[in-house]
Design a protein around this ligand. Structure first.
Ligand code: PEP
Ligand code: MG
Length: 325
């Protein structure tokens, strides 16, 4: 099987009838970019930058971050790289941040909420990303967005960062694209309200599943309820795609579901432009994408949308996948 997968590495990720869907990688460390290319990634759909801040005693300065982003952009040779701004808090603890213990860390002070309060922390990262942006195709993505006001505020900080670089005569991509993670149900439900402010959406199914179903993503006692195939989640994904397409925006998915081969027909048929996953999943998903037509996938997605439980949906998708051989 390994050899067979390697053979499709250089194949375009297109359906039999020529519909393209970008298959890109989730990465954490700068050195993961090379591996992503090796596995056939057409870009990076999620660079989890918090790893740069973890396992150390103080935050990385602008220069260190600049070097890290620059390396990834250079290694990706002009392919798009979506750099997600700092997403700490919740399950991602960083001791030197000295955050107070909270009763509900997943519902608490985390990610963009921290960045919008700690302007210097946020702006340092944004300046580093902007400076690196001339070495490839960088995009900026804000995590844990619950409402449009947060996007407006985050973009204002981005503008400040740009202005500071201009004053210093430092070069950056002034047209850098900005998007949001859709991982809080409010953003998925009100997706139509965001399109005037952003260039792209990327659905984070890991948190979106946790918040939509009220199931802690790390609690092993309730993993049987945690399921990204839940009909309510399918409706949230579809709502985001509809809003995004209506205003000509780009829609991706970067949670675990995006790399699950069982979901490939469904997500393709729903109309995603991009799926971002761990590099090791790319060729498996590409094998499925390249062996169906868009029409087939759309029929599968439509049928799945009419089913009543995650179990039914998964059983149906398993059958359809088997049918592909
Ligand atoms: C997600 O929530 O789906 C996601 C991709 O982000 P993370 O897993 O880093 O929270
Ligand atoms: Mg998340």
């Amino acid at each position: 099987v390994k050899n067979e997968l390697r053979q499709i590495k250089d194949k375009e990720s297109k359906t039999l009838d020529g519909h393209a869907i970008e298959l890109v990688a989730n990465i954490g460390l700068p050195m993961d970019a090379e591996k992503a290319v090796e596995y056939g990634a057409e870009g990076v759909g999620l660079f989890r930058t918090e790893f740069l801040y973890m396992d150390r005693s103080s935050q990385p300065d602008e220069e260190e971050q600049f070097e890290a982003y620059k390396k990834v952009l250079i290694d990706m040779c002009g392919r798009p790289v979506i750099i997600r701004t700092l997403d700490v808090g919740g399950d991602k603890e960083i001791p030197y941040f000295k955050l107070e213990k909270e009763e509900n860390p997943f519902l608490g002070y985390r990610a963009i909420r921290i960045c919008l309060e700690d302007r210097e922390l946020f702006k340092t990262q944004l300046r580093a990303v902007l400076r690196a942006s001339i070495y490839g195709k960088a995009l900026i993505m804000f995590p844990m967005i619950s409402g449009v006001d947060e996007v407006v505020a985050a973009k204002a900080v981005l503008e400040e960062a740009k202005e500071e670089l201009r004053t210093k005569g430092q070069d950056f991509d002034d047209q850098i694209k900005v998007g949001i993670m859709v991982e809080i149900p409010s953003a998925a439900i009100a997706a139509d309200l965001f399109t005037g402010e952003i260039d792209f959406f990327s659905i984070g199914t890991n948190d979106l599943t946790q918040y939509a179903l009220a199931v802690d993503r790390g609690n092993t006692k309730i993993t049987h309820i945690y399921n990204s195939f839940h009909p309510a989640l399918l409706r949230l994904y579809k709502n985001v795609i509809n809003a995004s397409k209506k205003d000509g925006k780009f829609t991706g998915m970067c949670g675990e579901l995006a790399g699950n081969p069982l979901a490939s027909l469904l997500l393709l048929g729903m109309g995603f432009d991009e799926l971002s996953m761990s590099p090791g999943s790319i060729l498996k998903v590409k094998k499925i994408i390249t062996s169906v037509s868009m029409e087939q996938a759309q029929k599968v997605a439509e049928h799945a949308m009419g089913l009543h439980s995650a179990a039914e949906i998964e059983a149906y998708l398993k059958d359809e996948l088997k049918g592909l051989g």
